[in-house]
Design a protein around this ligand. Sequence first.
Ligand code: FAD
Length: 410
Amino acid sequence: MQEDFMKQQVIVVGGGASGLTAAIIAARSGASVTIMEHTSKPGKKLLSTGNGKCNLTNLSMPEGAYRSGQPEFAEKVLKSFTVENTLKFFQDIGIVLTDRNGYVYPNSGQASTVLEALLFELKHLGVSIVTECKVEKIKPDLTVITAKGKKKADAVILAAGSMAAPKTGSDGSGYALAKELGHHIIPPLPALVQLRCQEKWYKQAAGVRTEALVTLKTDGKAIAWDRGELQFTDYGISGIPVFQISRFAARALQDGKQVTAELDLFPAVDFTKTQQMLIERRKRFGYRPASEYLNGVINQKLIPILLQEAGIKSGNAEQITPAQIKNLTAALKGLKTVITATNSYEQAQVCSGGIDTREVNAKTMESKNINGLYLAGEILDVDAICGGYNLQWAWASGVLAGKHAGRGKA
Ligand SMILES: Cc1cc2nc3c(=O)[nH]c(=O)nc-3n(C[C@H](O)[C@H](O)[C@H](O)COP(=O)(O)OP(=O)(O)OC[C@H]3O[C@@H](n4cnc5c(N)ncnc54)[C@H](O)[C@@H]3O)c2cc1C
């Protein structure tokens, strides 16, 4: 048996999804591995994923799912540890998986079981997990300094996450550690987050959930769109389609651009047919008050907002003019809203931005600045759409970092 002091000494900074995976793979490669985690327990964020059910990957990989200054970097890494590899990895540590329209979850429906499986495997491999251990500095010679003391390693895997959901432990301190080692950080911003809007009518619309196509525009030009269940809140918009486009809104706002969105609240039918329908309804229901004219077409809370946008005030539906019908169609097919801000990091699921991937070797996850320093997970400038893609990134980058950091000295 190899003596412990002969083994490659690996320190993993951060016990989140990517750090735990990296530690398993490094230990399986024969290294002696220590995870340093500054909260009281590893894997806190993992517990809140997928509404506590952990959507751990996705069987479909749409183009544009991963966003980064260098999307080809993410692509290379994801090719080295594919979705099939993820399925096998979790099955091998005892997780039975279930596929819901391509979204993969543990069959238990409990994120806690995924975390426990990872922890069982780490224990089985003899990995040491030191909690309440904040890494304060990593020296270029790979000495890791914490309040508890210092330890020199042969390889360090920095997997300290981003600034999203800081209550789970990712407080952004990882960026400072990387910066001190000469890495450049693309300024992090909240992503997969709700958008705050200017209009006063949100107070009236709050609570409505409806199918919609949300198109994000900067300076009048469409830059991102997504369709799904839109949620109106008293301050703006939420729901999956909003999350998917939010990182572009955050960056455009940061750049001082004018950011708006158009909400197509009748996305299944095109403009002409929608207008035709409204003309027909005026013929059939002309006797109804204008306020009842859209009854059954759209959520009732939205009707006064749409009528106001179209300039329809009172009277019966038969008094609605052709110009107002056109305006109403335009409002239904593209209700305009001005985006003023995103919600904060507390509400964001991930961050866009992070360590510039041009400074990292995509084959090994090793830093190009510091030999023996490896980077994994959300700390890097890679973020993805909702649906299991961010965890797939954490597993893939963690496995690659663990594999190369854990390689023996021989
Ligand atoms: C509410 C919510 C739901 C989500 N749901 C999903 C989902 O269903 N599917 C999906 O794919 N993605 C989901 N995500 C995103 C996913 O959880 C993250 O992308 C992923 O956990 C990132 O993993 P990571 O290891 O890079 O970072 P983290 O999981 O954040 O881990 C980083 C760890 O490092 C520790 N740390 C930080 N700084 C230091 C330091 N200086 N010293 C020591 N330790 C430190 C932190 O305490 C933390 O434990 C969700 C996120 C949130 C917030």
